[in-house]
Design a protein around this ligand. Sequence first.
Ligand code: GAL
Length: 395
Amino acid sequence: METRIRCVLLTVLAASIISIQIPAGDLSFDDLAKTPPMGWNSWNKFACNVSETLIKETSDAMVATGMKDAGYQYVVIDDCWQVSRDAQGNIVPDPVRFPSGMKALADYVHSKGLKFGLYSDAGTATCQKRPGSRGFEEKDATQYAAWGVDYLKYDWCSTEGQDAHAAYTRMSKALRGAGRPIVLSICEWGGSQPWLWAPGIGHLWRTTGDIQDCWDCSQPWGGMGLIHIIDLQTELHAYAGPGHWNDPDMLEVGNGHMTTSEYRAHFSFWCLLAAPLMAGNDLRELSPETKEILLNKEVITVDQDPLGIQGRKVADAGPTQVWMKPLSGAARAVILFNRGSAVSPISVTWEQIGLAPGAEAQVRDLWAKKDLGTFKARFTATVKPHDVAMIRVQP
Ligand code: GAL
C-alpha cells in the first residue's frame, strides 16, 4: 500500500518536473490550428497602405458584421508595417502609420475578442524591401510575443542561398521559445514542396504564387487567377490535416474583379479544400452579396469540420468537375463545378463519393440553405457557367 502511494507521489513529482522544463510557449504550439485558421489579412486589398486606423476599423467591422461570430478571428497586417531596425537590432514599426505602437494596437484587437497577426520574411528583406528576419529570428519572435502577436505570416523574398526547410525551422523554434502561442503561416509559394516538410514546423503553408482577383489570368511574375490555383491543389489533399494545412492563398471575395458566381465558387472551393479562410477585402464596406458568401455558416462548417480532411476531385469531364470532402458523421460535402461557358447539368453518383450505389441519402443545398430531399444513387443539378452547386450528402 505504502509503496503504491510512494509510486504515485514519485510519478506526480516527475510529471511536474517535466512540465516545468517545457517552455510555456511550447505547450500549445502544436494545438493552435486544429481547424483551418480564419481571419483577415491586409495585403489583397490594401497592399502597403496599412495603418493603425485601418486595423482598428477592420477589427470593429469584423465584430459588427457578424464575421467574428461566424469564426473569423485573426486580424493580420501584411508587409509594410516595419521601416528599419534600431541600433540594438530591434524591428521598428512605421511611426507615422502606427503612432501608438504595436503593443497598443494588439491590445485594441484583443479588446474586441480577436487575435492579432504580423508579417515578416525569412530573408534579409521583405518583398516590399522592408527589413527581413534573417539573423534576427529569436529577437523578432521575442518582440512579437511581448507585443501580443498571435499569428505570423513569414514570407520568402531575398532568401538567395537559403534552404527553406532550415529557415522556417529556425523561426518555428524561435516562436516556440518565445513564451506565447503564435500561429506560423509559411509563405514560400510552394517552390520547395513545403507540404512534404512543413507539418510540425508551421501550421499552414502556401502552395502557389500569389492569388489574383480574376478567374483565369496569370502574371509574368507568378501571380495567378482562381482556376489556376484550384488546379494546383489537385494532388495535395493527402498532406493536410488538423494542425497543418495547405494554403491556396488569401480570399479575393469582395474585391470587385470577379462576378458573384465566381466568388461563390472561390469560397466553396476554399471550404472544400479545408483552406485557411483569410478574408482579403475591405470589411468596412461589405456588399450584401459579399456578406452572403463570407458569412455562410453552413459552408464555413464544411471548412471547419473537425476531421480536417481536405477535399479532392472525384470526376473530371473538362468543363465540369465533381469535388468531394468527407465530413464527420459519414456525410460528404460535394461541389458540382461548371468551369465552362454554357449552363450544364452536372451529376454526382454515390459511388464517386464512396457511398453504396443503392444507398439513400439526404441532400441539402448549402447556398440555398434548403433540404432538397432523399436521393438514391445520384444527384444532378443545373449549374451556371463559372459557378458551383454545393451540397451536403448525408447517408
Ligand atoms: C508576397 C506574398 C503576398 C504578400 C506580399 C507582400 O510574397 O505572397 O501574399 O505577402 O509578398 O509583399
